[in-house]
Unconditional design. Structure first.
Length: 251
């Protein structure tokens, strides 16, 4: 049995919580409840074949590619969504975007509220709330995100502390790729089980779409921030345009 258009809207709003990771330009995205689940997600880049691996060059997906897979989960027929991509930016910049928890409500579609409830060493409790519209109420989750840091790697593991969903889990890996160019590998995994009467195939498809959307929108957000960081400030631009006072014209 196919979900009705109204139920599809509920599913779409439910999976806005799949952002323990980032998306961008929420105001520009319009969700049409009459389309199938996943059709309203952000446009994704076409995957292109990665160059063959060699002893001195490990296999790395090209920056424009997003590889999406499904992973089995014990205790449920729903499969975890997993995406992997490469972003041409320093690891520190990518990590800052992924851990900017208080600003989720600014760039994550449908999120009405996001705030850090508690910090304790490497763990951060983040409360996220998504309105479903009308009299359907809200979906909410208190997610505990544990950060495991190494010099060239950051792993963020999110587990539900409390929620009105049956299950919500995320895992992100941010890893610096060696080489002269600043590149960062990002892996994102998600599993969400809202209390909605739909087949497991519907949720699995949403897991894949959410993982892909997070990867694409994270790249967009980071690249825009990188462009802002490389632009000269007004003072720098003025200084560069000014003629040094000791300069003399030659005749």
């Amino acid at each position: 049995m196919k979900p009705s258009p109204s139920n599809r809207l509920v599913v779409a709003a439910s999976f806005a919580l799949l952002g323990a990771l980032v998306t961008v330009d929420a105001a520009a995205q319009v969700v049409n409840p009459a389309v199938a689940p996943g059709a309203a997600t952000a446009a994704t880049a076409q995957a292109t074949p990665a160059p063959p691996a060699t002893p001195d060059r490990p296999a790395v997906a090209p920056p424009e590619a997003v590889t999406v897979t499904e992973l089995p989960v014990e205790g449920t027929l729903v499969r975890r969504g997993r995406s992997e991509t490469v972003i041409r930016a320093p690891m520190d910049l990518v990590a800052r975007a992924m851990t900017d928890y208080p600003r989720y409500s600014e760039f994550m579609p449908h999120v009405r509220e996001s705030r850090v409830v508690r910090r304790n060493r490497g763990a951060t409790d983040v409360y996220v709330q998504v309105p479903l519209g009308g009299s359907l109420g809200v979906i909410w989750c208190l997610l505990r995100i544990d950060a495991h840091r190494q010099p060239d790697r950051l792993e963020l593991v999110g587990q539900t502390v409390d929620s009105n969903m049956d299950r919500f889990e995320t895992r992100s890996v941010i890893e610096r790729i060696p080489g002269p160019e600043a590149r960062t590998r990002v892996v994102f995994e998600v599993l969400a089980l809202p209390r909605l009467p739909f087949p497991s195939s519907v949720f699995t498809r949403e897991m894949r779409d959410a993982a892909r959307t997070v990867a694409n929108n994270l790249r967009t957000r980071v690249e825009r921030q990188l462009a802002i960081n490389t632009l000269p400030t007004p003072a720098q631009a003025q200084s560069a345009a000014e003629v040094p006072s000791n300069a003399t014209s030659s005749r």
